[in-house]
Ligand binder design. Structure first.
Ligand SMILES: Cc1cc2nc3c(=O)[nH]c(=O)nc-3n(C[C@H](O)[C@H](O)[C@H](O)COP(=O)(O)OP(=O)(O)OC[C@H]3O[C@@H](n4cnc5c(N)ncnc54)[C@H](O)[C@@H]3O)c2cc1C
Ligand code: FES
Length: 292
């Protein structure tokens, strides 16, 4: 059991967990991930290591609810534990020692870029973060991003905070303003990463994206996470998750990620029904008494 020592609800569907995992914390490098299970018969889900504190023996992960397992995970509280947590997995990011790196994060990606920004902090590299959300209340970890990045650009679709528009709009503005950018790293929903790739391609700026295909073992054995990069088959769990965005077959990736959509939908429905029954059973029963 991996004890959860702290939790922070970041948005109604996004939760931060600080988990006691000393060996993982000691070995973790920016860009790597863990695979965890909520209970002994549960599904294995990959999540990025947002932060690692070797001295405290803890790692931080941020989970966004999209289906049954992520919902189950986010129901856990401080003092609970993850049944297992394997890692660190994947290749660490290669950190540039100079120039200007722009990290783009959407959804859980705003948390996932933290480890890379933190890794770049001691270098001579200038760093900018561009993070986006639908509306102001859904912007996450702005305080922690500001602590590690030289500049933070917050974007909201509705303009309630920072720049009004998508992260790609702000990124393009930054590029066309003449600001020198040597590398872009994007983490978040597949459609966002694809849009970032399309934005940067005309300018020829090296762009890395952290791919999130379906994963099972995370050790290169099962083949579930295979992706086509520059015409070659790669396994995102051992060759990635970071890849050159210009070389990725996004169409194939999007198709493959839809493989189990029906099963995932059914699992979510089962979870919601079971959860609803459990809540009803736990609710206090109100009895009408005579004269009340
Ligand atoms: C290397 C890696 C790092 C990741 N890091 C994080 C992280 O830090 N935080 C976090 O919240 N999530 C992260 N993810 C995604 C996370 O693993 C999935 O959201 C999770 O496995 C979903 O499990 P579920 O059972 O809740 O939902 P499922 O039942 O598996 O999926 C529900 C629905 O969500 C969508 N969905 C699920 N997984 C994906 C995906 N991988 N790509 C696109 N759409 C998807 C699909 O529409 C699907 O039908 C990462 C994935 C990878 C591969
Ligand atoms: S998850 Fe099985 S090969 Fe990558």
């Amino acid at each position: 059991m991996f004890e959860i020592v702290e939790t922070r609800q970041l948005t109604p569907v996004t939760k931060l967990f600080e988990v006691r995992a000393p060996l993982v914390a000691k070995a973790a490098r920016p860009g790597q991930f863990v695979i965890l299970r909520v209970h002994g018969r549960g599904e294995r889900i990959p999540v990025t290591i947002t932060d690692a504190e070797p001295a405290a023996g803890t790692v931080t992960v941020v989970i966004q609810e999209v289906g049954a397992t992520s919902k189950m995970a986010n129901a856990l509280q401080t003092g609970d534990g993850f049944h297992d947590l394997a890692g660190p997995l994947g290749e660490a990011a290669t950190l540039r020692s100079s120039g200007h790196v722009v990290c783009v994060g959407g959804g859980f990606g705003a948390a996932a870029i933290l480890s890379i920004l933190k890794g770049l902090q001691p270098m001579a590299t200038r760093t900018s973060a561009i993070v986006g959300a639908r509306t102001a209340e859904l912007v996450i970890l702005e305080d922690r991003l500001r602590a590690v990045a030289d500049a933070v650009h917050v974007c909201t679709d509705d303009g309630t905070k920072g720049f009004k528009g998508f992260v790609t709009d702000r990124l393009e503005q930054l590029i066309t303003s003449g600001e020198a950018i040597d590398e872009i790293v994007a983490i978040g929903p597949m459609m966002m990463m694809r849009a970032v790739a399309r934005t940067t391609a005309p300018y020829g700026i090296p762009t890395l994206v952290s791919l999130d295909p379906i994963m099972i073992d995370g050790t290169g054995m099962c083949g579930a996470c295979r992706v086509t990069v520059n015409g070659e088959t790669k396994f995102a769990c051992i060759d990635g998750p970071l890849f050159d965005a210009s070389e990725i077959d996004f169409d194939e990736l999007v198709r493959r990620n839809k493989t189990y959509r029906d099963e995932e939908g059914a699992a979510l429905e089962r979870y919601d029904v079971a959860h609803c029954h459990a809540e009803r059973a736990a609710a206090p029963v109100l009895h009408a008494t005579a004269g009340s």
